[in-house]
Design a protein around this ligand. Sequence first.
Ligand SMILES: Cc1ncc(COP(=O)(O)O)c(C=O)c1O
Length: 370
Amino acid sequence: MNATLTTIPFVDLKAQYLSIKEDIDKAIQDVIDQTAFIGGAPIKQFEAAFAAYIGTKHCIACGNGTDSIEIILKAMNIGADDEVIVPANSWISTSEAVSAIGATPVFVDVDEFYSISISLAEKKITSKTKAIIPVHLYGHPADMPAVMQLAEKYKLKVIEDCAQSHGAEINGKRTGTWGHAASFSFYPGKNLGAYGDAGAMLTNNDELAAVCRQIANHGQIKKHHHVREGRNSRMDTLQAAILLAKLPYIDQWTNARVKHAALYDKLLKDADVVIPGVKNNCTHVYHLYVIRTENREKLQAYLKENGVETVIHYPTALPFLPCYHQYKLTPVDFPGAFHNQSRILSLPMYAELSNEQIHYIADLIKRFDR
Ligand SMILES: Cc1ncc(COP(=O)(O)O)c(C=O)c1O
């Protein structure tokens, strides 16, 4: 391995910026020239372009992905005394948004693709259950045909958490188009990332879209006409302009991620690790390339010593976090998430990663002496 390549960051946002510097610099300069920092033209343009890309009628830009889940739940009139089903493994936003509107998150264990188990979800449904939030974790779609069947049977609302799955498909249909609404995050490290916080709510439902739009902008339907109390969760124009400039590249970046994942798969197939699976009818967009391994801490330290940064998504599954201790949940209730949390390890994954770097990482893993 070439000495200049011996530090491989977990993500490399600088490399991506440099690859499209002219587009980004122009987008930013245009916003500054217009000084329309809030509500400028790029907002509507990005909303239209992203809705068209995912395949929904509406896209409402907002402040971040967490807000987008919370606002959708509110717009669906979900609140105190209601229960919302969420997977045991996700970033905390998924369950945090449920608690924030006064409802109770009900955790369900994960399947072999790290997604919510639908058979287990059905067992958690009560008369209080109003919604389910499947998360397309790591970029692999949750089983949406099964989620929609369950939702139909029990009259539940479905909010897809697409923070990690921009462009992923099930049966050729994108994540974000299956449920009643979808939440997206454009946190900088996401597959489509802003240069700060940003998010969006997508839906085909005109009424829901209108209410989400109101809530995200102080309940206004026009300036100073507040039909409800809302909040300030607007995407700013700079973020919209940057996202608009980046959107044309997303398929190219996703294809690079998929190619890198295939190379990791090939090189690691005989190593003593579990590589990520992909369901037959799905495309995985590899927001994260997550392996499982025994002795994870030692492997992570060894990779670090050799210049490879890795991250754990997530070291503690949601039911076991201190903030949920009041629910008295135990590993026995979530054997899948509990098993995974001490074994999962996310390897470097981004479009600009080189084959040489992937070979270097895979060689280290294969040579690792447990
Ligand atoms: C699965 C999941 N849901 C929700 C979010 C929340 O997004 P944001 O950080 O934009 O609030 C994230 C982002 O980290 C995420 O990974």
